[in-house]
Design a protein around this ligand. Structure first.
Ligand SMILES: Cc1cc2nc3c(=O)[nH]c(=O)nc-3n(C[C@H](O)[C@H](O)[C@H](O)COP(=O)(O)OP(=O)(O)OC[C@H]3O[C@@H](n4cnc5c(N)ncnc54)[C@H](O)[C@@H]3O)c2cc1C
Length: 564
């Protein structure tokens, strides 16, 4: 008895009645007490915009958010130094020209509190909070075939049904803390950067151990070093880090951006990475050694992701990549005074850019401080956390606090934390046991009307994510609108289309150097996770065209069921 949209209060009434009847005859034992047209999981950039969009379409929507506030990543990651690596004016919503004009970014790369303020402003400005239930974790999303509804249960006892379920649960929202033996015995404080205490942490006079030197470790270490008595960094894999060259935006820059937002956004949407980068179309092999060096110095002076665009083939040609990697290693050598420490900080086991490239402010310089030491846990692995510190194969370190900058169970972690069951009771985690399978990264066969924002198989974490998020939200909104106009009760990815897309995602990834690194893009940071390259490397602009083509062809590759 599908009735999809709220044409008015009567329709809501009728729909709820219809749903209750369906649930009575359903296999689900618990009776939902409420029905929504759509349920959205997560209230970060994705969830907030999805709610806005669904409201525009007239759908009754409930957003569930595990945190006590909105903001997602920027609500949870409050560690000192937390900052965005995408330029602020690109890392923001484009859907509202009024919002663009009224919001003033202060720095080139915004700090976490500024982004969190922005997202709270968005929630207030568009009156989003009334449909967001905070402090509520979704435990299960189970598809009921008889009613063609999703049954959602939360840890607060909510049991609701929804025609559409949209996961906006984040690609990097499930913190990963390796199972170090003895961790529970540690008598000091243990922190994960992705769950940082809201009241902040005072490290004054403390001996602090930091485990992990990825993007987060590289941001947090210089800040803790300024406060703590001593910081011991436990590094397994050195990562390449590029200078941010962060600075306040000038009044002229702010005015210019505001005057040019439409063009800036359009360029972002059509770009490869979701923000404007000046690409050099030359190969690094086409030029002399002197010209190459000059170019590398030029981009190094600009800083940020621009460095990787120095030549056209850094991401696909190992020889070109090695020139760039050698340049960065030389910079590390010039910056770090102690040659042995510099050597340990130089990455050698992966091409530059094939793991999430880090962007820093004073990271390498931090190792010139008296109160910072580096321990290579690749040659001397961590054996256990003791009540008073940490023991490696070769030494014991006395610590008062331990900071795990150990990242996330990326892209699938938040999905697998929920019991998501589609047709025939199939568990998503089981369907994806050998790696995620999606069509366009937004839907997966066997799970009708379940949309995944920035899911595996879409550009997501390889892009400036706000651009990818907006594109997904708008595509999903348009799809729902299309279903309304064409009297469709469900949409589902076809297996053949999904298989072809998975093959394409792999093919494109294998054309690049990405698969050569043991990165979290491949799930390599999580023991037992299948080694599959998850994000789509084909570029934001190309991907958008593909998604639009699919929609223009009446959602080619999807099976749509009508209720007439
Ligand atoms: C430290 C850090 C720095 C980053 N820097 C950049 C950057 O420079 N550029 C860039 O483009 N991206 C960056 N990212 C990626 C960032 O995650 C995205 O840009 C963006 O914030 C994602 O928004 P989202 O709404 O999709 O997910 P999130 O912001 O992760 O929000 C997801 C929300 O879902 C909630 N949730 C998850 N599961 C459940 C559940 N079962 N029930 C209820 N709620 C649930 C979570 O609590 C979370 O609040 C960074 C990420 C991190 C962690």
């Amino acid at each position: 008895m599908p009735l999809l949209f709220n044409d008015g209060p009567d329709a809501i009434e009728r729909q709820n009645e219809a749903v209750s009847e369906e649930q009575r005859s359903s296999e689900i034992s618990a009776t939902p007490v409420k029905h929504f047209d759509a349920v959205v999981i997560g209230a970060g950039f994705s969830g907030l915009y999805m709610l806005y969009r669904l409201r525009e379409l007239g759908l009754s929507t409930r957003v569930y958010e595990a945190g006590a506030g909105v903001g997602g990543t920027w609500y949870w990651n409050r560690y000192p130094g937390a900052r965005c690596d995408s330029p602020s004016v690109h890392y923001s919503y484009s859907f509202s020209p009024e919002l663009e004009q009224e919001w003033e970014w202060t720095e080139k790369y915004p700090r976490q509190p500024e982004i969190l303020r922005y997202l709270n402003h968005v929630a207030d400005r568009f009156d989003l909070r009334r449909d967001i239930q905070l402090n509520t974790r979704v435990l299960s999303i189970i598809y009921n075939e008889a009613s063609n509804l999703w049954m959602i249960k939360t840890d607060q006892g909510d049991q609701v049904s929804a025609r559409y379920c949209i996961t906006a649960a984040g690609c990097l929202s499930t913190p990963n803390t390796p199972k170090f033996p003895g961790l529970a015995s540690f008598q000091g404080q243990v922190y994960h950067t992705g769950q940082w205490p809201h009241e902040g942490v005072d490290f004054t006079g403390k001996r602090v151990g930091v485990i992990g030197t990825g993007s987060t470790g590289i941001q947090v270490i210089p800040q803790i070093a300024k406060q703590a008595a001593h910081v011991t960094v436990f590094q397994r894999t050195p990562n390449y880090s590029l200078p941010a060259r962060n600075r306040p935006l000038t009044p002229e820059e702010k005015a210019s951006v505001k005057a040019n937002y439409p063009q800036l956004r359009q360029t972002d949407r059509e770009s490869a990475a979701g923000f404007t980068i000046t690409r050099n179309e030359q190969s690094a092999l086409e030029v002399t050694a002197e010209e190459r060096q000059k170019k590398f110095e030029e981009v190094w002076a600009i800083g940020g992701f621009q460095v990787l665009a120095s030549f056209s083939d850094i991401g696909i040609n190992l020889e070109s990549n090695t020139y760039m990697a050698d340049f960065v290693r030389a910079k590390i050598g010039e910056t770090v005074h102690n040659p042995e420490v510099a050597r340990l900080l130089m990455p050698h086991d992966h091409p530059i850019g094939t793991k999430r490239i880090c962007i820093d402010t004073g990271y390498y310089e931090t190792y010139n401080r008296e109160n910072v030491s580096l321990v290579d846990v690749r040659t001397s692995p961590i054996e256990e956390i003791t009540p008073t510190g940490l023991r490696t194969k070769d030494a014991e370190y006395e610590l008062d606090a331990l900071v795990c900058a150990t990242g996330f169970d990326a892209m699938t972690g938040a999905l697998f934390n929920m019991e998501i069951r589609g047709k025939n009771g199939q568990l998503l985690k089981e369907k994806w046991a050998d790696g995620p399978r999606t069509y366009l990264g937004v839907m997966t066969a066997g799970f009708p009307n379940l949309f995944i924002i920035t899911g595996p198989g879409s550009p997501s974490v390889l892009s400036n994510m706000t651009v990818s998020i907006e594109q997904h939200v708008e595509w999903i909104g348009d799809c729902v609108q299309y279903m309304r106009e064409h009297h469709c009760s469900s949409i589902e990815a076809e297996v053949a289309a999904e298989d072809a897309w998975v093959a394409h995602v792999n093919e494109v990834a294998n054309f690049t150097l990405f698969p050569r690194a043991n990165s979290w893009y491949l799930g390599a940071n999580i023991p037992g996770k299948p080694r599959v390259f998850m994000p789509y490397v084909g570029g934001v602009g190309n991907y958008r065209i593909k998604c639009q083509e699919v929609a223009d062809k009446g959602y080619e590759g999807f099976c749509l069921m009508t209720y007439d």
